[in-house]
Design a protein around this ligand. Structure first.
Ligand code: THU
Length: 134
């Protein structure tokens, strides 16, 4: 649990880099790799609203583009609310790389809430349905 508290702290530290002038809803993510490295992400919005990207997907894209796809956990925080759930698009995006990922949220009492990605997305669409195993 200490490990996940630290992960939440790292996600919180990244909130200052969120580019969210349109929603004013900052989100920070900290992705823990199986090798122990941590990669952060923030939401990045755009004047063309639909182009904005969530913090979780930024973290995952950073990791993949650096050759890392073994994920253990991702902590997600918002500067506005506690217990900030990942959106459906991010769940699908993350499930591509780990169907056993721990999702770490910040509970009301500051204790980490730990849930498996499968709890959020029990029926994930996967490469198996395309007869494809990456
Ligand atoms: N947002 C995330 O970064 N992650 C989520 O899982 C949900 C929403 C961002 C998108 C947008 O910049 C802001 O939060 C408000 O929707």
């Amino acid at each position: 649990m200490e490990k996940y508290k630290k992960l939440l702290e790292i996600a919180k530290n990244s909130l200052k880099y969120s580019y969210s002038p349109y929603s004013n809803f900052s989100v920070g993510a900290a992705l823990l790799l199986k090798n122990g490295d941590i990669i952060t992400g923030v939401n990045v919005e755009n004047a063309s609203y639909g182009l904005g990207i969530c913090a979780e997907r930024v973290a995952v894209v950073k990791a993949i583009s650096e050759g890392n796809k073994e994920f253990e956990a991702i902590a997600i925080v918002s500067g506005k609310i506690k217990n900030c759930f990942p959106c459906g698009s991010c769940l699908q995006f993350m499930s591509e790389f780990s169907q056993d990922l721990d999702i770490i949220l910040e509970g009301e009492n500051n204790e980490p809430i730990v849930k498996k990605i499968k709890e959020f997305l029990p029926y994930m669409f996967s490469g198996k349905m395309l007869n494809f195993e990456p």
